[in-house]
Design a protein around this ligand. Sequence first.
Ligand code: FMN
Length: 255
Amino acid sequence: MNALSKSNFTELKNGVVLAELGGYGDGPYCAQHGAGAALVLMGTYIVDPGDKVPYPAKFVFKPDPSVYAPYLREHVQAARAGGAKVGVSVISIELQHALDFLVAAQEAGADYASLCAHSVMAMFTRNGLGEALCERGNSKFLQYWAKAMLKAVTIPVIFKIGLGDLPATIAAVDTLTEVGAPIVSINFENTTAGSAGLKALKQIAGHCLFLIAGGGIKDLEGARRVLDQGANAVAIGTAAMKKPALCGDIQRHLK
Ligand SMILES: Cc1cc2nc3c(=O)[nH]c(=O)nc-3n(C[C@H](O)[C@H](O)[C@H](O)COP(=O)(O)O)c2cc1C
């Protein structure tokens, strides 16, 4: 599926998304800090056969579904307790490992699958992944990953990309939209009034079907500012760590 119409995501429209936080965002964390949000994103989980990644161990799995499938079942169910839809975020240097993980997430009951395509970790960037996946020279590779993700699961896939050089970022968003990616998520880092992040958001928004935008949102005013520039939903990470009720409070005012 991953059929492409904005109307498919009315549950997320003007919604608050609890951003994925590697090291924190497991099921119980999402239930608590994303209670009342539209969507909570678990992870990002890293599938790493080499076990060398400098990352919280609980968020790193070997490419073995018999190990991560029970974890995903338990944590997706736990995340649901907050009432939000549940997504699972992943990254791996091996496409097949990422696909297997997302299939397991879908089987565990996840409503959304997310690929983290903005990491700056060397284990990814030296393989043309992470933030390198959205560089201009890598658009064929981005297409290849995106098509494979869209084929592997029937739940909607979110492609989380970084904000690099603006023309390159727009080109990456265009590539994703061309292959049928339904949702793009971008961390604009700073979305205060007059910021470069907010200006970039305005330019990018028309290039994808559904844009989740975040970066420094702390309150209702900040969320409204981001939606006013063309985002379809807002992602909140840091501020929701400090205030577990924040996502739900903002969501109540937005809807
Ligand atoms: C502690 C921490 C861990 C994070 N881990 C991840 C991650 O694993 N994957 C990811 O895509 N983004 C990760 N992020 C980025 C957030 O999802 C979010 O995009 C970013 O923090 C901007 O939103 P904010 O200003 O509301 O925190 C992390 C951010 C923080 C603060």
